[in-house]
Design a protein around this ligand. Structure first.
Ligand SMILES: *Cc1c(COP(=O)(O)O)cnc(C)c1O
Length: 434
């Protein structure tokens, strides 16, 4: 019998890894004081001082803006809402194209559709997994209105190059920083490098309020349009004296007072929580050095990484064992994580399927049954949703291993178990060769 757990041996560890819980006494107190106030949301969908929300919402926004050296932070009830509001504020409409990344969470690519804009995918950079400036340049047409850049997995995209290209063409850049709060590019925080930056506060992110999000901007005009789209623009514009009505059919994207109060506590914890992730990965990567077939990606020296997940690259040629089988062997050696037992061991081969493969894009079905916005008479372009056009996305999806076994409060002993599993599987690789 093999000693590998996948082949019947004893696993490296069966005791579950500790849960990632960032909510504590401070949050409980903050929630309690909102409860005592009796006002769980203070928004009014009308031109009135309460159009901007209640005291906790405004305090949270001011604190986030300060922490990011941004003029404005506009809270919303999710990053998905934030992306939609940002695309709307940018003025995207029928006939417009928005360049997006295919290697992201789906909302990064679907937000333009809400305003009848057509998502145009560009390829990614093979080192950062973020949009490649060169590919963006090739995708720009006279219809390109905006670019949604995703700082995927916690690392900033090459914003220096991307902003140069966008500024040359007068294109608005929206940063999806949902996975990269506090990451920097050339010393400046992501979310403040383009015209608008979107953050997520959902339960899976570095810090959270259950559900929630923010949009940062330094522009007075975008800030006003974001606030209007967040809160029933159509009922407000007349009394507020707003003339540009484009995309001002409003939504209710408002964050509650309880979530904002939690957000204030979480914002304070963010730098420490992120530092711990970085330290854990540094420690783990030291232990993984020299394992054949495991490549630790390098980080651009222009960027800091906030480590949403840990990415490794796997080289099948070096091991003669498929990535799927290698990951299965690792999973068999390691336990689940408490509170996420249903997901199995938090390590997997590849990320979510590239977004061009979604039925929405493959069948070009958006609004109604007449092909809008893809075949809309206002739109004369022909988007390319074929896998073969995005070789770096396909390569990444074939080669990366993603895991979350580096989040606080993983201890050195926990990380040693993770490393031990990699070494054990590697030492018995010949038993996995088919
Ligand atoms: C999580 C995530 C979102 C969406 O965040 P929500 O707050 O859940 O709407 C958007 N983009 C990326 C890259 C994400 O990881």
């Amino acid at each position: 019998m093999s000693s590998l757990a996948l082949l019947g041996g004893a696993p490296v560890r069966s005791k579950p890894f500790p849960p990632y819980i960032t909510i504590g006494e401070a949050e409980k107190k903050a929630v309690s004081s909102v409860m005592d106030s009796g006002i769980l949301s203070r928004y009014l969908g009308a031109w009135h001082p309460d159009f901007y929300g209640g005291p906790k919402v405004q305090e949270f926004e001011a604190a986030w803006a300060t922490s990011h050296k941004a003029k404005y932070a506009i809270s919303v009830n999710s990053a998905t809402s934030g992306l939609i509001a940002a695309v709307g504020a940018a003025g995207v409409g029928p006939g417009d194209e928005v360049i997006v990344s295919p290697y992201s969470m789906c909302a990064s690519a679907t937000a333009p559709l809400i305003f009848n804009g057509v998502p145009i995918f560009a390829d990614i950079d093979p080192d950062t997994y973020c949009l490649s400036p060169k590919s963006i340049r090739q995708k720009i047409t006279s219809r390109t209105k905006a670019i949604i850049v995703v700082h995927i997995f916690g690392q900033a995209a090459n914003m220096t190059e991307i902003m140069k290209i966008a500024d040359e063409h007068g294109i608005i850049v929206i940063e999806d920083a949902a996975q990269a709060p506090f990451a920097t590019h050339n010393g400046r925080m992501v979310g403040t490098l383009g015209q608008m930056g979107v953050f997520s506060l959902n339960y899976h992110k570095h810090i959270h309020t259950g559900e929630g999000g923010l949009v940062t901007t330094n522009s007075d005009e975008f800030a006003e349009r974001l606030q209007l789209i967040r809160n029933h623009a159509e009922a407000v514009v007349s009394a507020k004296g707003v003339d540009n009505l484009i995309n001002l059919i409003g939504f209710n994207f408002r964050l509650g007072e309880i979530e904002a109060a939690i957000g204030l506590c979480q914002l304070e914890k963010a730098p420490d929580l992120i530092r711990e992730r970085c330290n854990n990965i540094q420690y783990l990567e030291e232990q993984l050095k020299g394992i054949p077939g495991i490549i630790v990606p390098t980080i651009s020296d222009q960027s800091s990484h906030s480590r949403y997940v840990h990415i490794l690259r796997y080289d099948e040629m070096a091991t003669n064992v498929s990535r799927g089988r290698f990951v299965d062997a690792l999973k068999a050696e390691l336990p689940v994580t408490t509170l996420r037992e249903g997901e199995g061991t938090l390590i997997r081969a590849g990320y979510t399927k590239p977004l061009y493969t979604l039925p929405l894009f493959q069948t070009q079905t958006g609004y109604g049954d007449v092909g809008c916005p893809f075949k809309c008479p206002h739109y004369g372009g022909s988007p390319d949703y074929q896998s073969a056009s995005y070789p770096n996305v396909e390569l990444a999806q074939r080669t990366i291993i993603i895991h979350e076994l580096m989040r606080p409060p993983m201890t050195k002993a926990d990380l040693d178990d993770v490393a031990a599993a990699f070494h054990k599987v590697s030492d018995h690789m010949h038993e996995l060769q088919e």
